[in-house]
Design a protein around this ligand. Structure first.
Ligand code: SAH
Length: 362
């Protein structure tokens, strides 16, 4: 049964559903979900991400990870974990760059957390020929024990988001229901209960009618990290799109073939995301006992890690690709491209040295 029909039936039987539930069905239905059967990432597909733009991105994350491993005291064995690895491109660039660091890859146990069966296969096809022996698990709680470096690029933005609208001293949830023709439409639902605690503090006193988003999935990730890092040293790095401090507004969006489209139209055929709230993320982390660094903008982070020098070295090696490398660099760091829209944070066991890339000189 097409996903739209399944969701419509669920709404007819049980009433309107949260945007989070709509997203989960549309993206991860095991038969028809957006991610269930295909790889949507790449120039000819639906959307493109930093690792697909340039090898420099993953290489720098690889060197960043190696420095963090050293800052942890070079454990003989540690978990190198990626959340939502997509095509596996970033991990393959991490491994290529990591070969330059003695002992780093020998110590790394690579564990991938991926919900999509189709993408697991693509990840295997990318990594196996490089001699990488990766394992897959379904959730952070199932990552084998040990010190851990956990990476997620454009992972949090796919986690389910919910929306609410302020009315007096209540927050009514914005839900997905059906219109008279059986199509999907947004409807106002009942007031939130305890979930209202997830609404960012900064937005609570805004006037009536204000629409806010809150992200229960991010909070679950933070709690899983906090549980793990309480007795095993660890540092997680997240790179994603969203503002450094909480802002109101509807950012639930669908992307198909690189164009924005109606998020309620034809579920399962477009990528659904909403911006990450980095202020709320670091707030959750602090409450859970983690130490946060950032957010800093992606441009600042990559420059602090030396992306301009890396581009210059690549240019020398491949002078015929000058224009291409320059364009890739600009796309990753320029403020009007990904440089300012994307932010970077780390969430860590308290007391580790400050992570590289979070000060002007790296
Ligand atoms: N990091 C990659 C892919 C980003 S797309 C890149 O930068 O190119 C988001 C990825 O997260 C996909 O691999 C998707 O299948 C995965 N994903 C989304 N939600 C997930 C969840 N709850 N558990 C595991 N993987 C998830």
């Amino acid at each position: 049964m097409p996903i739209a029909d399944k969701i419509a039936e669920r709404i007819r039987n049980g009433g309107p559903i949260s945007i989070a539930a709509f997203m989960t069905e549309a993206m991860f239905d095991p038969m028809e979900g957006y991610y269930a059967t295909k790889n949507p990432i790449g120039a000819g597909e639906d959307f493109i991400t930093a690792p697909a733009i340039s090898q420099m991105f993953g290489e720098l994350i690889g060197l960043w990870s190696a420095q963090v491993w050293m800052d942890m005291g070079q454990p003989k064995s540690f978990q190198l974990v990626e959340l939502g690895p997509g095509t596996g491109q970033m991990m393959s660039d991490i491994v290529r760059a990591g070969r330059a660091i003695p002992g780093f890859l020998e110590a790394a146990q690579i564990t991938l957390i991926e919900a999509s069966a189709a993408l697991k296969m693509v990840q295997g096809q990318t990594l196996t020929p490089m001699g990488v022996q990766a394992s897959w698990v379904n959730r952070i709680e199932n990552v084998p024990a040990g010190p851990a470096i956990i990476l997620g690029n454009e992972f949090l933005d796919c986690l389910p988001v919910r929306q609410a609208v302020k009315q007096g001293d209540r927050w009514n949830e914005r839900l997905v229901g059906l219109n008279e023709d059986g199509g999907f439409q947004f409807v106002m639902g009942p007031a939130l209960g305890v979930e209202a605690d997830l609404i960012p503090q900064r937005l609570r006193d805004l006037p009536d009618g204000t629409l806010v988003e809150f992200r229960p999935g991010d909070q679950q990730v933070v709690e899983a990290l906090a549980n793990r890092f309480a007795d095993q040293p660890g540092r997680a790095l997240f790179i994603d799109y969203g503002p450094a401090s909480s802002e109101p507004g509807d950012t639930f969006q669908a992307i198909r073939q690189h164009q924005k489209t109606d998020p309620l139209d034809a579920p399962g055929t477009a990528d659904l995301t909403a911006r990450v709230d980095f202020e709320q993320l670091t707030h959750f982390a602090g409450t859970a006992g983690l130490e946060a660094s950032g957010p800093v903008s992606q441009g600042t982070f990559l420059k602090a890690l030396g992306i301009e020098m890396r581009a210059a070295t690549l240019l020398q090696a491949k002078p015929d690709q000058k224009g291409r490398i320059a364009r890739q660099l600009m796309r990753l760091i320029e403020p009007d491209q990904m440089g300012e829209l994307f932010q970077v944070v780390t969430l860590s066991t308290p007391g580790l040295p400050k992570p590289p890339g979070f000060t002007a000189n790296g």
